[in-house]
Design a protein around this ligand. Structure first.
Ligand code: NAD
Length: 592
């Protein structure tokens, strides 16, 4: 028969413990909350009061409910006050010795039938459990931050956890309105095992000055629809906790991608732990506050030494495919005169037709009026001759993703374009410097990586090569802003920001599936429900196309030679078998 759980203990009232306490109390359970000392209790209590005040202000709780919620919580500094609870969740710092000590004590004071759960993100639940006389009643109950908001709970079953204990914890999670997923005991479980490689990679990009913190975060929010950028998320998680998680994962996987970036250690030593100390990658107006305030790293518009952008009014677009037509539409709508260079009359009129239909759709949806549609169409002119791009101030190349083809285009642009024109490539994986080197004016060549569909996606990666002139870069960014887009700057390395951060994570998900740790369904759910991502990795891979994904992953591997970037064999096999995702009706899932 299922245990009746009415009173629970929470040990540690930090970032997670306070949130977990709130979740229990909000759902009618009595909570005995234990901290190390009186100061910890005061901090934890403050946390809970703040958080529930915020819920009242947002109309998610009324004052009576808040009072009742807070009255269900009692505070203590002694584990012996947990003698009568039915269930305990431990949320002390991520260190095995500390957790082992807490569990050994809990085992002594708690009733023999009480379940002891750890909220550990990465440590071995099995190892924690063996410090008790009841390893069968020890489980992982891994909540996500912020616990009151995110619905996923990973229930970690060790090889000795009793089946009814797992059932009871699943039932408890469901009672709390959470979505539980039961999995085995492996460092990082599902979500963190996939998330932390990505977070660590973002820290390394920041550490090596590949991109600014603002640009890294904006790239993942706007390019992938993530609720937060990686550095913002690390500040929320806490850098010390993140370090411990990565360190544990590294020791289990020996995957260099999990070896904590050196910068993390330096920041922790300097006391920059993230939001909880008021400073991490960003600076906050107070400890535990989500409000970012400007600091020395905040970009300023008032930089006097910044180069003046060149004037751009006439824009050339080379190509007639999906990206080219989207880009033509974006420029024409923003008031630029556009010259589209096509290889044949048929392609030119097809491209124009695509733009017309897309603008028409915008009119039907009420996003554009008819006059604006006609004006935009009136600004577009097509040609078969490169010579007609001679007086363009900016030319955007969006032809096939083949180096030889792109180089030939740049050679021609170099011959025909006026001096001072900015020449941009939309490549998503080829080196921009190759295009630059095909011209006699590499200073004017830049990458403008639009996202698909160009009229919708706000992000543009502006890629400077080692030769790009600051003025050309400033011009490209000013143009992006005038289009209503959000430009981010990065260097000329495979994958730029978004693909370099996204695809290794997708590849890791394939490896996890390959290792039979969890099903594609559970992995997709964990990433959506636990991390708030718009799509799970397998849904996304099937949409992008497995062949395209494999090609990007291969490019990343060849550029960086990171063993961890090597494409997962399962991905290769699916592509070989012609299972390319939605477009072939079969990928990681079947589509009808
Ligand atoms: N931060 C996250 O995003 C996140 C998410 C899920 C799980 N976790 C896991 O939750 C656990 C706690 O992490 P956190 O980020 O909340 O850490 P934290 O540093 O914010 O909080 C830990 C709290 O435990 C208290 N504490 C230390 N020793 C104690 C003891 N002996 N008895 C009682 N309290 C004690 C500390 O005073 C502190 O308030 C870790 O295992 C972590 O991996 C963290």
């Amino acid at each position: 028969m299922a245990r009746e759980i009415t009173t629970v203990g929470v040990v540690g009232l930090g970032t997670m413990g306070a949130g977990i306490t709130e979740v229990f109390a909000r759902n009618g359970l009595r909570v005995v909350a234990v901290e190390a000392d009186a100061e910890g209790v005061a901090r934890g209590r403050g946390h809970l009061e703040h958080s529930t005040d915020r819920a009242v202000r947002r109309g998610k709780l009324n004052e009576g409910e808040q009072r009742a919620l807070l009255e269900r919580i009692s505070y203590s500094t002694s584990l012996s006050d947990l003698a009568d609870v039915d269930f305990v969740v431990e949320a002390v710092p991520e260190r095995t010795e500390l957790k082992a000590k807490v569990f050994a004590e809990l085992d002594k004071v708690c009733r023999p039938d009480a379940i002891l759960a750890s909220n550990t993100s990465s440590l071995s639940v099995t190892e924690i459990g063996v410090h008790t006389g009841r390893p069968g009643k020890v489980v992982g109950m891994h909540f996500f931050n912020p616990a009151p908001v995110l619905k996923l709970v990973e229930v970690v079953r060790t090889v000795v956890t009793e089946p009814d204990v797992v059932e009871d914890v699943v039932a408890l999670a469901e009672r709390l309105g959470k979505v539980p997923v039961v999995i085995g005991d492996r460092a990082g479980f599902i979500a963190n095992a996939l998330l932390f490689g990505y977070l660590n990679h973002a820290v390394r990009m920041y550490e090596t000055h590949y991109a600014t913190r603002e640009d890294l975060d904006a790239a993942m929010r706007l390019g992938c629809g993530y609720p937060m950028g990686p550095l913002q998320l690390l500040d929320l998680i806490g850098l010390d906790t993140a370090y411990e998680i990565l360190d544990t994962m590294y020791h289990q996987s020996r995957n260099r991608l999990h070896a904590p970036a050196p910068l993390l250690k330096q920041m922790i030593t300097a006391g920059l732990l993230g939001r909880k100390t008021g400073r991490g990658f960003y600076t906050y107006d107070a400890p535990d506050s989500p409000t970012v305030v400007p600091d020395v790293h905040t970009p300023s518009d008032a930089d006097e030494s910044a180069p003046t952008p060149r004037q751009v009014q006439r824009v050339g677009v080379v190509g007639t495919g999906t990206m080219a037509t989207g880009i033509v539409e974006v420029f024409a709508k923003a008031g630029y005169d556009v010259v589209v260079r096509a290889r044949s009359d048929e392609k030119a009129s097809a491209a124009l037709g695509t733009v017309r239909r897309s603008l028409e759709k915008a009119v039907v949806k009420g996003k554009l009026d008819e006059a604006a549609r006609d004006a935009a169409l009136g600004r577009i002119q097509t040609t078969l001759r490169f010579d007609d791009l001679a007086d363009c101030d900016l030319v955007v190349e969006a032809v096939a993703e083949e180096l030889a083809v792109k180089k030939a285009v740049f050679e021609t642009l170099d011959e025909v374009c006026k001096p001072g024109a900015v020449l941009a490539t939309t490549t998503s994986s080829l080196p921009v410097i190759e295009c630059a080197a095909a011209t006699s004016r590499p200073g004017d060549v830049i990458g403008l990586h639009f996202f698909n569909p160009a009229p919708v996606m706000k992000l543009i990666e502006v890629v400077d090569t080692i030769a790009t002139a600051p003025e050309a870069s400033a011009t490209a960014k000013a143009v992006c802003t005038s289009l209503g887009k959000h430009p981010v700057s990065c260097g000329d390395r495979a994958g730029f920001i978004v693909n370099a951060l996204l695809f290794p994570y997708l590849n890791d998900a394939v490896r996890m599936l390959e290792a039979h740790y969890a099903s594609a369904e559970d992995i997709d759910n964990a990433m959506k429900v636990g991390c708030g991502l718009p799509m799970g990795p397998f849904e996304l891979l099937d949409v992008v196309g497995l062949d395209v994904s494999l090609a990007i992953q291969r490019t990343l591997y060849l550029e960086f030679r990171e063993a961890g970037f090597a494409p997962a064999p399962l991905l290769e096999h699916l592509v070989t078998a012609g299972r390319l995702g939605r477009k072939t009706g079969k990928g990681f899932r079947d589509y009808t």
